[in-house]
Design a binder for this molecule. Sequence first.
Ligand code: ADP
Ligand code: MG
Length: 893
Amino acid sequence: MAKIRNNWHACPAKEILNMLRTQKSGLAKDDAAHRLERCGFNELPREKGLSGLKVFLAQFKGPLIIILLVAAGISLVIREFVDFGVIIAAVFLNTVIGFVQEYKANKSLKRLKEMIEPQATVRRDGREIIIPSREVVAGDILILEAGARIPADCRLIEAYDFSTNEAALTGESLPINKIITPLSAGTLLAERRNMAYLSTVAVRGRAVAVAVATGRETELGRIAKMISEIPEEPTPLQVQLSFLGKSLGGIVSIISLLIFIFGVILGQPWFGMLLTSVALSVAAIPEGLLVAMTVVLAIGMQSILKKQALTRRLITAETLGSVSVICSDKTGTLTLGVMQVTTVETYKGALELPSEIEGNMFAKSDHAIALKIVLLCNDAHFENPDQPVTSTIIGDPTEVALFRAARESGLDIHELARSYVRKFELPFDAGKRYMATRHEFKKDADVIYVKGAPEQVLSFCSYYLADGEIHHLGKDERDKIHKDVLRLAGKGLRILAAAYRRHDPEDPDLGENDLKEMVFTALVGLQDPVRPEARETIRLCREAGIRPVIVTGDHILTATAVAEQVGIEIKHDNAMNGAEIDRMNDRELAKVIKRVDIFARVEPQHKVRIVDAWQAAGAVVAMTGDGVNDAPALKSADVGVALGSGTDVAKENSDLVLLDDNYRTIVNAVHRGRIIFDNIRKIIVYHLADSFGEMILIVGSLIFRLPLPLLPAQILWINLITDGLPSFALTVEPGEKDVMRIPPRPRTEPVMNREMKLLIFLVGILTDIGLFLLFIYMLNIGKEVDYARTIVFAALGVDSLFYVFSCRSLRHTIFTFNPFSNRFLLAAVVGGLALQLVALYVPFFQNLFGLQVLYFKDWLLVLAIGVIEILAIEITKLFFIAARKRKQPACAI
Ligand code: ADP
Ligand code: MG
């Protein structure tokens, strides 16, 4: 075999089938299972993901941990064992928290990746089935359609207008048209036009091929020893935050250093000052923030998945929230995508299905001929060919409906398939909008069938069929058919026209120039009911300040009829044909883009221009797509949305995959995206307000030449325990009631807005004023420094456990929602309080942290500070709310 292995392209297809002990009807199921067992899965070796240990070790990399470890080392050298113990405990806790969060995030990301397992269509036991690509074996007969990633190296045995893009293998970016004839043995890999290779992409047409090599045996497998995981790029938000983190880190380090120097100059003991600076750095460097943020995104992706949408990258989760325009297909997303033929209209008149079929009369009618055309010029097929009456029909929804109509009207499908063997085909493509097939009809005659959008099909026709006779198709007749089209489309029906012609059997193939002088036979109207929830979803979109736009390949009247059913009002100039886009330059398009709700007869290249025009108008655009040619539009959209039923290429170029094709799912995902963003903001405010407060407290005490109001160990405890737990719980905040009732966040708005900065500043300053007054008062009434510190310690801890409830909403006051509805947060706060009490009252910890027993009336002071804090935050929010009301409406679109 080894010699042949490189020469598949030089063998005739028949020989290859023999050599691989297979046949056109595919392998038997058992045989395939055997082969799989013997040769292994069709996959390339992958690099192992991050192991638990690696994630754990990574926790020790941050500058923070290094600072802590150095401090621990120093305390050991100077025999301060208590400090040593506290710092080591802090390091340990920090590592564990970081590890748990990151491990959780990694695991859920991995699960998401596994969801997008590639699949392949193969023939087994004479049936076409879909299997995971990893189960493809050499000898499998593969069905390759435009948009599919080729699942193995294979030799083509049938090819219809079939091209692949082999950039992934050879770097050649132009599509290569494929043939099936043998080539000379010396042909280079890039020129083996009768082969298709693993991981290249079918961009046009259809083909049948036999798999010759899988997994490591493939050309790609031999070049690439290892497919390494492409590392997830940081999202813009993560970049913004990591910049924030770094600059804060820098500033904090400098301030800490200054604090240390001044402290020592002002007569504080150097070691105490050192630990204080270290503890402060720990407080103020927002490392936990970055981890928390990854966790929020990962959790968000999971909950989006629960709602039937798959986010392919972290970045999508955060962009989703700011989507302001959703450009969506109609078929399958707004409608159920379950079509039914309701009428077949010939030149002479309509036949309503299924009611009007009557035995013998029908069999010879023009209507029956039309149904025969759309049945044979069709790639749908029975799932179970042995039971044609009851079997499910598989394929594109439009074609399934046509196939079903033919079955229901009593056509003998098996018999027709036998007597009209398909020889060539021009597959359907969203740009061309028609499909043509050529069949052997009799020994000496072939016939060509076309079905497709009426404008297209009519342009091929010179005749029409009426009561079995062929007439010339003049201008008047065309006008009449055109009127029929408008009438049917006005009812919201999807319309296809069917036509045929005889063809010379000697002609070697089927090309576009053969489609001429055809005989128009009938219009077929298909009904696709609107999804029951579509209207409500469109309303929800609008309420959320998101503009719904329909972008469809269907007729403009079909599109507008459906649009009205889902609640999009039709005005005199808000619907436009793709051809009109062609007549406009970018500037003209940008001018009208905002007034158009419906784009009809759109071709894939128009989608890119629609996205660009909206983006130029400042919108964040989501665009749906399913075909190969939709890839550029999906890429250029801010959120490319692929239908789950779409092609591999569409999915690979998308950010979001709708598992159920439903429009509602996009809106649900946007909803989640907004919650994710809100939660990130809440966590930022909570984290930074705390750090800022502690900084000022220490700096202030130095300036006023007071003793330190907090000891280093105390600062560490508060940061890790009382602050750490609630911020963990904020990652699962359920989202506020009004997230979908406010306009989307403008593209330009930074994560940290003015309101947040003010809140952070305010919380910090207020806490400090309260604590200082308390501290000074205690010293003044003659309490020991340790006692005064105990109060500050208790207050600082309790206080952040209080105002975390205020942080649950940055837009609303705490009085407008149930502050206790996040159970995790409740548990975190109760846990935090309990631990705070442990520190304050368990003798061991008391000694460790240098704390004293607090009197009951002092607890009242502590609680009072917490309450004042909450009130202050809430009053500030009220100001923001009032200011926002004055500015509204902010929605640009
Ligand atoms: P949509 O935006 O609704 O997905 P398509 O691009 O699938 O629109 O279809 C556009 C038009 O192409 C339809 O109105 C129909 O006339 C025609 N068409 C759709 N599917 C097929 C098919 N399988 N074969 C032939 N013509 C088709
Ligand atoms: Mg379609």
